[in-house]
Design a protein around this ligand. Structure first.
Ligand SMILES: Nc1ncnc2c1ncn2[C@@H]1O[C@H](COP(=O)(O)OP(=O)(O)OP(=O)(O)O)[C@@H](O)[C@H]1O
Length: 308
């Protein structure tokens, strides 16, 4: 374990190694860069930038989920705080409950117990300030790219409202490099282009929080790297808060401010690894020794079965 320093407000600061923090709740204790939790080991040697004020936007407390029909407990008392502009990832074995957690955060499925709050209000169903993206683009084949992008607005507010956001949709198409593809049907798009269109659809309602369930895992490595860098750029530009489910340790590390390691089912967080790499991240960082250290540490935790 690395040296433990006493912070200005008396909190423990763990330098450069893993350590169990004191009993407490999952709250930012020092400008959002360190956390206390009953069960999570935190690795952090981050210093809060001057003037940085933590603003928690997403808060989960004691979230558990059981599927009674199959007698499966998917999640066990998950606590999570996401700050405005923070990018967090969750990584864990197949079936440990990552997608279930994301669906609960999105209001698509209710927790069996615990609370989910976004911007001070409980998440009780799908919300406009939450955008989601999945592994498959799931564009409707009979609608053009543009018509797919404005669909969430059309469903919520009608055709007139959808027409009113066409300019915004064109700006998003520009943003993701799809200018000129507005009238094209999904069958004419490559997998990467379809995911870029799905990204526009996620962004059309200008959500504050992006929930991402392996959005680029079906893409080849080059497209995936490119899309991840695009995702980072969009998040930084909009100061969006993002939560990513992934099976890729390098992807989690290159994108995230913090990577949560989840235990096998029932899923709970067993480690939160703060990623102290500067932003914007670049693909060159994949060969940075610090990057290698983080991936090794996360892999080691997963190899242990992510049990505590
Ligand atoms: N609607 C459901 N009804 C019953 N069981 C479910 C349901 N959804 C998920 N489960 C179960 O909950 C557990 C967690 O599933 P989940 O999809 O969240 O895992 P995951 O970590 O996302 O897996 P993967 O990495 O393979 O995508 C699994 O055992 C799964 O079978």
């Amino acid at each position: 374990m690395g040296p433990v320093a006493e912070g200005a407000r008396g909190e423990r600061r763990v330098e450069g190694s893993s350590a169990r923090l004191a009993e407490g709740v999952y709250e930012p204790v020092r400008e959002g860069l360190e956390y206390r939790d009953r069960s999570v080991s935190v690795v952090s040697n981050l210093k809060a930038p001057a003037g940085h004020v933590a603003r928690p936007v997403f808060q989960l407390r004691g979230v558990s989920k059981s599927f009674a029909r199959r007698n499966v407990q998917a999640l066990d008392k998950v606590d999570l705080t996401l700050e405005q502009g923070q990018f967090a990832s969750v990584i864990g074995a197949s079936g440990c409950g990552k997608s279930t957690l994301l669906k609960i955060m999105a209001g698509l499925t209710p927790p069996s117990s615990g609370s989910v709050m976004l911007s001070g209000k409980p998440v009780l169903g799908p919300r406009r300030d939450i955008g989601m993206m999945f592994q498959q683009a799931t564009l409707f084949p009979w609608r053009t790219t543009l018509e797919n992008i404005v669909l969430p607005i059309e469903i919520q507010d009608g055709k007139k409202a959808a027409l009113a956001v066409h300019d915004r949709a064109h700006a998003l198409l520009d943003l993701v490099g799809l200018r000129g593809f507005d009238k094209v049907y999904p069958s004419e798009l490559s997998g990467g282009m379809a995911q870029r269109a799905a990204m526009c659809r996620m962004l059309i309602a200008e959500p504050d929080v992006l929930l991402l369930d392996e959005p680029f895992s079906a893409l080849d490595e080059i497209s995936r790297d490119f899309m991840n860098m695009e995702l980072q750029r969009i998040c930084l530009e909009r100061n969006a808060t993002a939560f990513l489910v992934t099976h890729s340790i390098p992807e989690a590390v290159i994108l995230s401010d913090v990577v949560y390691v989840m235990s096998p089912r029932p899923g709970r967080f067993v480690e939160a690894v703060q990623i102290d790499l500067p932003r914007p991240r670049t693909l060159d960082m994949l060969s940075d020794p610090l990057f290698g250290r983080y991936t090794k540490q996360i892999r080691g935790r997963l190899d242990k079965g992510a049990f505590i």
